[in-house]
Design a protein around this ligand. Structure first.
Ligand SMILES: [Zn+2]
Length: 682
């Protein structure tokens, strides 16, 4: 019987795919890919883009065509069997791609082509594609001699093991704050108390017949306690435990950090870079570590005054409430007073707000807005195979009535089946290659408040901004008009990928946008002005302080992997963090706290010398949206056309610095972000 995963249909036949198909299909497509690659390598005669690069790209397209639906099922309709079969398939796939990137014959094929007369004549997107492919090989060591190749392999292996150990130590660092006395629950909302009671049960804490509550270092538990508890002493206890993660005996991450940094530097040097930051930025939009550090520092400096002002407000509120006089606020106090001030200044009832965001109407709001600025039309279609009956499929048409993409929308949770969170996926990457055009397929997956009985789904405000964020990602994939699939849509440099998503969030955070998307689910009325005003203001509440905290992390990451790593004797990560903290924060540094020992983003994740990209995305999106604000019309069609033609349609076919300049008429500027943060800029 035919394996449905191998059917090569344009729409994956979800109804027919079973977990038992995963591994055989993976094996088959890998076998096929190997045979086709072998043939390609042994090709006689002159190499051209048509006979080398295009067929090699088609091989990867066919592999992803088989893998993609398996991933969808794994993330959205999982069970034990699916889990197991998917893991096995991923293992096979990793082995295959390692084999390909390490195969000298495979590399030689691309290298021969890159040195050919045909390659020298390449322009634009094709040239960029070849450069990306070659860079990928070179950064994984293809140009090294055998001795250095072995060295690199050893370093990579050690780094993987160290990262795993690091993150393991963080996960295993446990601490339970057990509360036995009811009066120590002061300030905590009912649902937080209930969750704490449940947690005590889960942790099997014996109350000896009496009620007992527990908080621990899991994010929701920790954050809720810091935000609501009236008890400073207990908050300090939990806070200190949190910032001691990864420091206890046998689970100490501090020596691991030293080893990780040393190996990263060695790896960078081996590949011909001065520092690990230089290596990391080689495949990002930002030009150099110096550029990144300058822009971070310059923003932090400009925010200095306003951040002090914001901070003084929470100190004043505390002093007034507690009738004390002190300029100092300890870090375990701040989240509590920030929340108190926010409640005082911008109280709004969350469920009242939700009544203006019925899920379908909110999605329609996104369609209306993008209909106006890009000239798009969305049309519901039936009969396309999907993984669950809750999934809705839309066709997206442009102004000229051309079909541009299929959009799959899957909004609600399925307990135990669907992975938590919200994400976009580019199922089928579009291409306009002559005679081989492909229309993109993209999807948005969320876990929003579901409809219950007759009550429709009323979204929380953070779900609304998330919906706009993910739909923004989706349009990047949907509107792509690149010639090749490898440069299509969201296949952009790592620090650019959040531009289309954060940009579209602006329509859900600005008054002009909210006027279009809010609609009371019973009366159909727009949100009242006063409520909207509080909602919009709450979006930027304490943003300068928050931005400077982000900058602390970004500067710590970058200087650790760059400037500090060049010193004869590299200072400890603790000292580097302290230096940054003291520079950019209003609160005193607590000596025996060790943020660096649990910073998994940069020591056990993909953000090493890349943490700045959160800030970078904010700069890009604020600058892009200000182009519309300057027109005094956020629905300006002309500006929409520019954004669509220069950014959304272009994927990675050109450098983003060039694309952004074409859209904005000038290079990226941080001024609009500063303005948004309340700074007066010329
Ligand atoms: Zn995103």
């Amino acid at each position: 019987m035919q394996n449905p995963l191998l059917s090569k249909e344009y729409f994956a036949p979800y109804g027919k795919i079973k977990a038992k198909h995963f591994v055989p299909a993976t094996k088959e497509i890998i076998k096929e890919a190997k045979e086709r690659t072998k043939k390609l390598i042994s090709l006689k005669g002159k190499r051209t883009f048509e006979n080398t690069m295009i067929p090699s790209m088609e091989i990867s397209e066919d592999v992803s065509g088989v893998i993609m639906p398996m991933g969808q099922i794994y993330y959205l309709m999982s069970n034990d069997e699916v889990n197991e079969e998917y893991q096995k398939s991923m293992q096979l796939l990793t082995e295959f791609s390692n084999e390909m990137s390490m195969d000298p014959k495979n590399y030689k094929m691309y290298k021969d082509y890159s040195e050919s007369a045909d390659a020298k004549k390449l322009k634009g997107e094709r040239k960029r594609h070849l450069e990306n492919v070659m860079k990928g090989f070179i950064l994984s060591g293809a140009e090294l001699n055998e001795k250095d190749k072995a060295k690199l392999k050893k370093i990579n292996l050690e780094l993987t093991q160290l990262s795993l150990k690091y993150s393991d130590n963080v996960t295993k660092s446990a601490y339970n704050l057990v509360i036995k006395n009811k009066k120590d629950l002061g300030g905590l909302p009912k649902e937080v108390i209930e969750a704490a009671k449940e947690k005590a049960k889960q942790l099997k804490i014996d109350g000896k017949g009496k009620d007992v509550w527990a908080f621990n270092l899991d994010m929701p538990s920790f954050l809720a306690f810091m935000k609501y508890s009236d008890n400073d002493k207990l908050k300090e206890e939990l806070w200190r435990a949190y910032f001691s993660r990864g420091t206890s005996k046998g689970m100490d991450n501090r020596p691991l950090i030293e080893q990780i940094l040393k190996l990263r530097k060695e790896k960078a040097n081996l590949l011909g870079f001065k520092t690990y930051a230089d290596l990391s930025l080689e495949s990002k939009m930002a030009e150099s570590p110096e550029v990144v550090m300058n822009f971070l520092d310059s923003i932090a400096t400009k925010l200095d005054k306003i951040s002090r002002k914001e901070f003084k407000e929470i100190v004043d509120l505390r002093n007034k409430t507690k009738k004390i006089k002190s300029e100092v606020m300890m870090p375990w106090e701040s989240s509590y007073w920030t929340n108190k001030l926010k409640e005082e200044k911008y109280t709004f009832n969350e469920s009242e707000v939700s009544e203006y965001f019925e899920a379908n109407a909110t999605l329609q709001g996104f369609f209306d807005i993008t209909g106006k600025i890009y000239g798009l039309k969305y049309e519901k279609v039936k009969g396309i195979p999907v993984w669950h009956k809750d999934v809705t499929v839309y066709k997206i048409f442009d102004e000229k009535k051309k079909l541009r993409a299929y959009l799959f929308v899957d909004l609600y949770p399925r307990t135990g089946l669907k992975r938590p969170g919200a994400w976009m996926n580019q199922y089928v990457s579009g291409k306009t290659l002559k005679g081989k055009e492909v229309i993109p397929q993209v999807g948005v997956h969320c876990n929003f408040t579901p409809p219950v009985g007759k009550k429709p789904s009323l979204l929380r405000y953070d779900e609304v901004t998330t919906l706009f964020h993910e739909c923004g990602h989706a349009l990047h994939g949907a509107l792509s008009l690149t010639e090749l699939s490898s440069t299509s849509g969201a296949h952009v440099k790592w620090d650019v990928v959040e531009l289309p998503s954060s940009f579209h969030e602006n329509f859900a955070t600005s008054k002009a946008g909210l006027k279009i998307i809010t609609k009371h689910y019973k009366t159909g009325k727009t949100m009242p002005a006063a409520l909207m005003d509080r909602l919009v203001k709450s979006n930027t509440f304490m943003e300068a302080v928050g931005t400077r905290r982000q900058i602390t992390f970004g500067m710590f990451d970058m200087s650790l992997h760059h400037t500090e790593s060049l010193k004869k004797k590299m200072p400890s990560a603790h000292d580097v963090y302290k230096k940054m903290y003291v520079k950019y924060n209003e609160m005193p540094f607590v000596e025996d706290s060790y943020m660096e020992a649990a910073f998994t983003h940069i020591f056990a994740g993909g953000y090493a010398a890349g943490y700045y990209s959160y800030m970078w995305a904010n700069i890009l999106d604020a600058d892009a949206f200000s182009a519309f604000e300057e027109k005094k019309n956020i629905l300006d069609r002309e500006m929409g056309r520019k954004f669509m033609e220069n950014i959304l349609e272009k994927g990675d076919s050109e450098d983003m610095n060039v694309l952004f300049k074409k859209f904005r008429g000038r290079p990226v500027s941080e001024k609009p972000l500063l303005k948004r943060l309340g700074i007066k800029v010329k």
